[in-house]
Design a protein around this ligand. Structure first.
Ligand code: 5AD
Ligand code: SF4
Length: 453
């Protein structure tokens, strides 16, 4: 499984990509890696060995944006030792701050915005011909995401179905750095998936900022219908999607959890706040009650559904009472996991014009309380799996212990288990014996049929 292509390659043919942020960025990094592979470049795991260094950046909050600058500084120092190295900054910070990056860091050869990722080969070839620095940040209303050469044999893969976002949640920079929402045609999506499956992929995750608002530009197909089409492709053994916006979660999508067996028992449904007043200020277009109704409907459709979420604390004007309501919703839903963040003011957004009323200490205090509560809930949710047998998609060995195999259950829980190296890249029944805070521990049962689970 483990690739080590750099062994036979010289520096001139190696690329290192450092990725920050969301799955969309991971997808873009994979896309750049795939496109460059056509030109003979292989990925390398150590930046000092590479001929091309790409920093794929995230601007969702202030912290990851700051990281961009420290990373550029680090790679600029590497480039001093090896002046032929090509240094590229791509992604959301690149989109937003291209001129500033070029001015501040003369070592940067190109800045590539979110709609220009597909141009990576052309840009590298221009730099090789001595042109630069290149600024490629043009934005189009209908950004195409073409298929690209994929790494073969990856057991699990992302397939982008929509790009951009039209929701304009008042705190969020995404619509400004990724542009208007556009959907790929179902034909292209299905072709991508058929190719992946033929190459050995068993699990497909459909990806978009808001997958529920998918609409096939040619056939008008909507998201639940797309899910059905994809589930019908022979060889797709597991199907996932992310991210869903609660306001667009239709009854038809809810009932997909009843109808489609291969749809995994997990949904990521960002709550953001448990106070309807704050939700309105956030421009989320649902109330706390509506969110809770959706959760009930989902759990009626699939009783064991794992639910994870995103929550922001300290949004401008969030009172102690608002925060208390968020904790209350958490008690009611009992999320399997939550990504939680302190509000971070972002340029261009509506919330940036509001007074940041919650000071930094108070934001930290609220975040700690929320995270402690979530830790309890996650452990309780994980314990429900002990003494059951779960199908695990084994993806590799544990970082902590290379003797231990690791993978994910249908509930999207990390499962570390005693198994064989041959299990990697397969779906395998695992008896769960212990629940930890962030994972489950188990033992592979090699003679157990997955069908009986
Ligand atoms: N401040 C804090 N968190 C944010 N998120 C998005 N924008 C901000 C912001 N300005 C969070 C939301 C979103 C997740 C990807 O990041 O919770 O769902
Ligand atoms: Fe940002 Fe809201 Fe779009 Fe999600 S739905 S990307 S939070 S604007």
């Amino acid at each position: 499984m483990h690739r080590n292509p750099e062994k036979n390659k010289t520096r001139g043919q190696l690329v290192y990509i450092r990725t920050f942020g969301c799955q969309m960025n991971e997808y873009d990094s994979e896309r750049m890696e795939g496109l460059l592979s056509r030109d003979g470049y292989d990925p390398v795991e150590r930046p000092e060995e590479a001929a091309i260094l790409i920093i794929n950046t995230c601007s969702i909050r202030e912290k990851p944006e700051e990281k961009t600058y420290s990373e550029i500084g680090r790679y600029r120092d590497l480039k001093k030792e090896c002046p032929d190295m090509i240094l590229i900054v791509s992604g959301c910070v690149a989109q937003q701050r291209a001129e500033e990056i070029i001015e501040r860091f003369p070592a940067v050869d190109a800045v590539i915005g979110t709609h220009q990722v597909g141009e990576i080969s052309n840009i590298v070839s221009k730099i090789r011909k001595g042109r630069g620095p290149i600024v490629a940040v043009d934005f189009s209303d209908d950004c195409r995401i073409d298929s690209y050469p994929r790494r073969h044999g990856s057991i699990s893969a992302f397939v982008t179905i929509t790009q951009g976002c039209d929701n304009f949640c008042s705190y969020c920079i995404v619509p400004y750095v990724r542009g208007r929402e556009s959907s790929r045609t179902s034909g292209e999506i299905i072709r991508d998936i058929e190719e992946l499956v033929a190459g050995g992929t068993a699990e497909i995750t459909l990806l978009g900022q808001n997958v529920n608002s998918y609409r096939d530009p040619e056939r008008g197909l909507e998201f639940p219908e797309l899910l059905e089409c994809v589930s019908g492709i022979p060889g797709v053994r597991r199907l996932r999607f992310t991210t869903s916006h609660p306001k667009d979660l239709s009854d038809r999508l809810v009932s997909a959890f009843e109808r489609i067996d291969t749809l995994c028992s997990h949904i990521h449904l960002p709550l953001q706040s448990g106070s309807s007043r704050v939700l309105a200020e956030m421009n989320r277009k649902y109330t706390k009650e509506e969110y809770l109704e959706k959760i009930d409907a989902l759990r009626s459709a699939r009783s064991d559904l794992a639910v994870t979420t995103d929550i922001i604390v300290g949004f401008p004007g969030e009172t102690i009472d608002d925060f208390g309501q968020t904790l209350q919703v958490m008690e009611q839903v009992r999320f399997d996991g939550a990504y939680s963040f302190k509000f971070s003011s972002r340029p261009h957004t509506k919330a940036a014009r509001l007074t940041d009323t919650v000071d930094e200490n108070e934001k930290s205090r609220r975040l700690t309380i929320l995270q402690e509560l979530q830790k309890e809930h996650t452990l309780l949710a994980n314990r429900l799996h002990v003494d059951t047998i779960k199908e695990v998609l084994a993806t590799g060995t544990s970082v902590r212990d290379p003797e231990v195999i690791t993978g994910r259950s249908v509930h999207n829980k990390v499962v570390n288990f005693n198994g064989r190296y041959e299990d990697i890249g397969t779906l395998i029944p695992v008896k769960i014996i212990e629940a930890r805070n962030n994972s489950l521990l188990g033992e592979a049962i090699h003679n157990h049929s997955i069908r009986s689970m």
